[in-house]
Ligand binder design. Structure first.
Ligand code: 2NE
Length: 276
């Protein structure tokens, strides 16, 4: 698959459903349990940008290739002193940019999780708007065999969003003990929306997409930014504020200001109500 400039993707698969407003972005490194390297993240950012800009796309499914893992986090073979390094001689943590991008993207992003969602892969599912999990899904913060032994943490969204999702005590448990949690445990904790049999995972996810797509895209957009606004501080307010500007530009009142400027006259706002 290619991006909008015809560039080939190597680490991801980017697809758009024919006749439906659904895009699907898949991390395609199953031999590494879909661990991401900086190049993977660069491709993900390009694909998410394309899905954002495409007005025919209304909802995005984010998943990993195969049934063994959604994503196992950063590729540990490439971890260096200053992040993760692949083709460049310096490391980077560009997955943090991807997290912000998903959070601010004005369309719902649904994590479709089969197998492991651990480490940075666990954070990626948490920043998505919804998570549909297969019954073989396993969630955790670099838990299990690796534990805090890999010496990593995400003190940003990986901590704050988790605390919002599962509560402050459980978030401490997840990070301090670095255990793995089954899909049904994750559902009880509020980490995922629903658990379905593995063979029904895609079908159920598409069903949720279709239900969302029946609803008003503007209402969904504003709801996403408003649900994030308090937690995201100034950036959250800016996103929500941008939505109000977008809506206001479509009104007669908003248009009057621009038209008066173009017509070189004083704007007449007198006819617009000052609502209670
Ligand atoms: C995910 C897990 C639990 C799966 O276990 P299992 O037994 O199903 O598979 P296995 O044999 O461990 O892995 C299969 C192959 O994938 C590679 C393995 O090395 C193995 O390769 P081969 O021996 O076949 O050659 N693989 C798996 N995960 C990888 C990874 N993350 N990087 C590179 N290669 C990986 C088990 O594989 C596991 O615990 N994986 C490591 C989880 C982990 O520690 N993730 C990184 C956390 S830190 C992070 O994500 C991060 C950060 O440090 C900073 C910012 C943002 C994120």
């Amino acid at each position: 698959a290619c991006d909008e400039n015809g560039k080939e993707f190597t680490d991801i698969i980017y697809e758009k459903a024919v006749g439906e407003a659904i895009a699907k972005i898949t991390i395609n490194r199953p031999e590494r349990r879909n661990a991401f390297r900086p190049h993977t993240v660069k491709e993900l950012i390009r694909a998410f940008n394309d899905a954002r800009d495409d007005s025919l796309v209304g909802v995005i499914i984010f998943t990993g290739k195969g049934t063994k893992a959604f994503c196992s986090g950063g590729d540990q073979a490439l971890r260096s002193k200053d992040g993760y390094a692949d083709y460049e001689n310096f490391g980077r943590l560009n997955v943090l940019d991807l997290q912000v991008q998903i959070r601010r993207l004005p369309k719902p992003v649904i994590a479709m999780v089969a197998g492991y969602a651990v480490g940075g892969g666990h954070v990626l599912h948490m920043v998505c708007d919804l998570t549909i999990a297969a019954d073989n899904a396993i969630f955790g913060q670099t838990g299990g065999q690796t534990g805090p032994k890999v010496g990593s943490f995400d003190a940003g969204y990986g901590s704050s969003i988790m605390s919002r999702l599962v509560g402050p005590k459980k978030a401490r448990e997840m990070w301090f003990l670095a255990r793995f949690y089954s899909a049904s445990e994750a559902e009880k904790m509020g980490l995922v929306n629903i658990v379905v049999p593995l063979e029904k995972l895609e079908q159920e996810t598409v069903k949720w997409c279709r239900e969302i797509l029946r609803n008003s895209p503007t209402a969904i957009r504003v709801l996403k930014s408003s649900l994030n606004a308090v937690d995201d501080g100034h950036a959250g307010l800016q996103e929500l504020g941008g939505d109000t500007t977008l809506i206001f530009y479509g009104t007669e009142e908003g248009n009057e200001g621009k038209t008066a400027y173009v017509e070189r006259r004083r704007p007449d706002f007198s006819k617009f109500p000052r609502r209670p």
